[in-house]
Design a protein around this ligand. Structure first.
Ligand SMILES: [Zn+2]
Length: 107
């Protein structure tokens, strides 16, 4: 059986997208909906060394570019930054979903 991203390694069932936001906490146990195996992400698909610069590029950079080169308008600069940040957030979510593989949770 070939390993698919975001599926249970035992029964091969695809897991819910919302796990992206719950999986970060150590206390939350990811349980397969169909076979009830305890799952754990294989490895961090996006380590902090990568996600921090992405956050900077998507949030801070658009703000600074708008502020320095387009218009010194705080609210408008924030709106631009939030817009770019949202696009970056969606891209990161899709990337993480496509690159997360589960293993059985070690006790
Ligand atoms: Zn399962």
């Amino acid at each position: 059986m070939t390993k698919e991203p975001f599926t249970c390694p035992v029964c091969g069932k695809r897991q819910p997208f919302k796990w992206l936001f719950l999986g970060g906490s150590k206390r939350y146990i990811l349980k397969c909906k169909s076979c009830h195996s305890n799952l754990w992400p294989d490895k961090d698909p996006l380590p902090a060394t990568v996600s921090t610069p992405i956050g900077f590029i998507c949030g801070t950079l658009p703000f600074m570019i708008h502020w320095h080169f387009i218009e010194k308008n705080l609210i408008l600069s924030f709106i631009v930054a939030i817009g770019f940040g949202l696009i970056g957030f969606i891209i990161v979510c899709i990337y993480t979903y496509k690159n997360t593989y589960f293993n059985l949770r070690k006790r």
